[in-house]
Each structure stands twice: as structure tokens, then as C-alpha cells.
Design a protein around this ligand. Sequence first.
Ligand SMILES: C[S@@+](CC[C@H](N)C(=O)[O-])C[C@H]1O[C@@H](n2cnc3c(N)ncnc32)[C@H](O)[C@@H]1O
Length: 271
Amino acid sequence: MTADPTTSPPSGVDPNTPSIARVYDYYLGGKDNFAADRELAEQVLLVAPNARATARANRNFLVRATEAVAMAGIRQFVDLGTGIPTSPNVHEVAQQIKPCAHVAYIDNDPIVLCHARALLAGTRPGVIAMEGDVRAPEQVLDHPRLRAHIDFAQPVAIFLVAMLHLLTDEDRPEQLVKTISERMAPGSYLVLSHLWDDPDGVGRAGADAYARRKASSPVVPRTTEQIQRFFDGFELVEPGLVFLDQWRPIEDMINAGADDRLCLCAVGRKP
Ligand SMILES: C[S@@+](CC[C@H](N)C(=O)[O-])C[C@H]1O[C@@H](n2cnc3c(N)ncnc32)[C@H](O)[C@@H]1O
């Protein structure tokens, strides 16, 4: 928050440790960040000047992908690593196309949960927000609250958008995606974006800034091949694994020459 110094942060929130969710909020022009978050973001912007544009391109990808899977008939959405609520969010886009859509927002940052609950509390039919750590996928996906909301016997869209690059190789992200995909019924979709390990080393330089400032989680860019492997067992829908702005761009983006190259993204369908 361009935080009010007269109020203390919500319980469990450490304003001195840069939080991935709050740094991302800063890139997106939000107000839910502290000085430590802004300082880290500014360090990243020195080595990756496009970070703000990438954050916006990532949100826009998430919106276009939500529209695409809702149009393809999906009525259940599980957004893992959801971030501080930003409009339009998954439920706004999905429920415009499928008013009966059920959406579950899951994140492990207390500030995300605090905002999500305040925003959604009892007012949004079909939407829940829960605490959960993607590194314990069974615990998250088998949680009774999620199970009461999402029927995994039916197709579901799982979002891991700008999320897996927050897990180290020791967290075994490939295995984790496999565990999640085993819960998904045929006809389900995986929506994913990921920081790219680019040949110029921009992604790595940004990741180093997060490490130096001891952010709430590390940032790990990965190669095209590594990101592609998350989709093992899925059929990529058109246009496949591409840069954020290349995924089904709308006319305005093409006219504006949008061409962000820091993150790769794709949508896969489970056959
Ligand atoms: C960069 S933000 C992306 C938000 C949103 N998915 C988007 O693309 O706009 C990453 C989010 O993942 C959350 N996160 C990081 N590690 C997590 C974990 N192990 N389990 C659940 N959420 C996590 C962070 O708190 C943050 O809100």
C-alpha cells in the first residue's frame, strides 16, 4: 500500500521483505505495495526496462486465454498463484461469457488473500478465494473447500500464469504440473506463462535482483524447451508456445506493434 504508516500491515505480512505479489502490483500501477517492494521493482527495471510492459502483457494474455477457454465451453477455473486482485480478473471475464462459471483463486501470500477476501466476500456467486501453496498440489487440489466448489470429474481450466518461475528446480515444477494434470478431466485446459531464459540474459539479470533483495520467493527463468515440457500430455492450442503478445493478439495490439519478449506462454488441452 503506498502503505498508511499509521496502520500496521495485516497479520503475517512483512513489509520489509519484498513480496512477489506486491512487486507485481507495483509494475501494474497498483497501490498495494510497500517501500521495499518498490525499491526491488526499480532495481529490476534498471536491468529489465520492459518489466512493466511484460506485467501488463501477461495480464492481457490471461484475459485473452480466459475468454478462449470459456468460449471453448469451460465453466470451472482454478487460478493458482492468483496475485493481488486486478481488473479484469478471471471471474469477470469468465462470467461474462459463462454467467454460471465457478472460479477459485488460490495464493500463498497473506496480502493477496486479504484483498481477495475483502473484494469477493459473499458478494460474488461462484467465486472463492483460498490460501494454498502450489508446492503442495495434493493438499490444494484435495482441499474440501475447493472440492465443494470445483468438480474435477468435469473439465476445468487450471491457471499457472507467471507462477512456475517462482519455483526452483528443487521444487520439481514438472512433477508438480504432472500431479495437477492427473486431477484434470479430459477436455480440461492448462493456461501457463513463464519468464524466459533469453539469450541476452535479461531474465537472469532480473532474477538476480530478486535474489539480492531476498524477495519472498526466487525467480527462475527457464528455456523454451523447459517451458514446453510443462505441457507434456497436453495438446497446445493455436498458436502454441509463443511470446505473450503473440498469443492471439487483438487488432489494437497488432496496430501498436506490441512485441514483449520476456515471457513465453501457451494454452494446452488435455485430450
Ligand atoms: C507474478 S504474480 C502472478 C499473478 C497472476 N497469476 C498473474 O499472472 O497476473 C505470482 C503470484 O504467485 C503467488 N505465489 C508464489 N509462490 C506461490 C506458491 N508456492 N503457491 C501459491 N502461490 C504462490 C504470489 O504470491 C503471487 O501472487
